[in-house]
Design a binder for this molecule. Sequence first.
Ligand SMILES: [Zn+2]
Length: 431
Amino acid sequence: MKIGLEVHVGLPTKTKLFCRCKAYATEPNTAICPICTGLPGAKPMLNKKALELSVDISNALNCTIEKETSFVRKVYFYPDLPKSFQITQKDMPVGHSGTLKINNKVIGIRRIQLEEDPAKILREDNYTLIDYNRSGQPLVEIVTEPDITSEDELRVFMNELKSILYYLGVDVDQDIKADLNISLSDSRVEIKNVTGLKNLIDAAKYEIQRQEKLIKEKQKISQETRSYSEAKLSTISSREKESDEEYGFIFEPDLTTYSLQSIKPKEPVYVSEIAKEYSKKYHVNESQLLEIISFDKTSLKIIQSFAGKYEMKSILNAILSFKRYGKSELKEKFIEKAIKLIEKGSYLDGEVISALEKGKEININNNVVNTDEIDSEIRSIINKNKQLLEDYKTNKKAMNSVIGMVLKKFKTNPRIISERLEYILSNEFKV
Ligand SMILES: [Zn+2]
């Protein structure tokens, strides 16, 4: 199986790629000008910030960055493109021949290019609306080699890519759009314009199953373009594949070539490498650490500044407790207080976190417990009384007796036992 991707990432610049209109405006057709609506004689000017971001991304994905980059016109006729061409890149993209490492495997990055988004088309029953606000929004297109060989790898790759982009200041989240190429045989099937990570994985899953079935039935898989339907959870044949040759490409005479040599790229952050290193060094769970830091600059900063000073387990515990109960943003000074409480044996529940946030003094005596001991007592009681789990499904109070039983053994705050019980029930017994 071979899966390749073309990922489209909107860049967070203030203005559009070739004009000074606001890049992201909500009221339709309010951020437009002669350049982004393609009026005769209007000349584009390249957005410097967009160029710099595309260099940051190319550098983070280990691409070769040549001395210069230039643009072409991709000519096609469609209402979303008033000039009849899209300004994009072809032979001199910002970056090419890069790599991204996932789980000890290398995924090739073929090219990274800058281009403008066309306008947005909204089709209604008997009329069509066009919003030119989107016309000229800056996009980076990241094209991979067909090196991804499973749905799972696709998920890991996309998460890693999104995290790298997040740390470069390009937070894409649900807006990420991609075209998927999936071939289980000699025929390459392309699925166009899938939005969001969940849909991307679902589309891949469906398409892999569809092709597997055809192969099993000894039917031919046709080379085609399909689209993904979120409502039907399936892919549908949309049109015959267009090749690059069917578009007209000409050099963009209104733009010059741009030097890339003077741009100093931003240092990339690879969270999976950090998670691997820290989990080895400080004996903590790698996937838990990765989940905490993948899209959270503040947590990463706190972890890096406290590493070595406190137990990593306590640092992570403090961060997770704040994320669970905290009302405000994570702050280093609160986390440090929380770590100290944890290291004294205190359990951080909602009340302790709220007191910490308000700067109140905390009487930790009530909360000094060994949760491992409490957890194992809870597990053993439930395992001895399996009927409790059945009762609990219809009556949430059925577990109250467990709290009483644990309290007999440990003189502690019942709220903590109740919380641990809830955690164990949902995470271990899945009820
Ligand atoms: Zn404009």
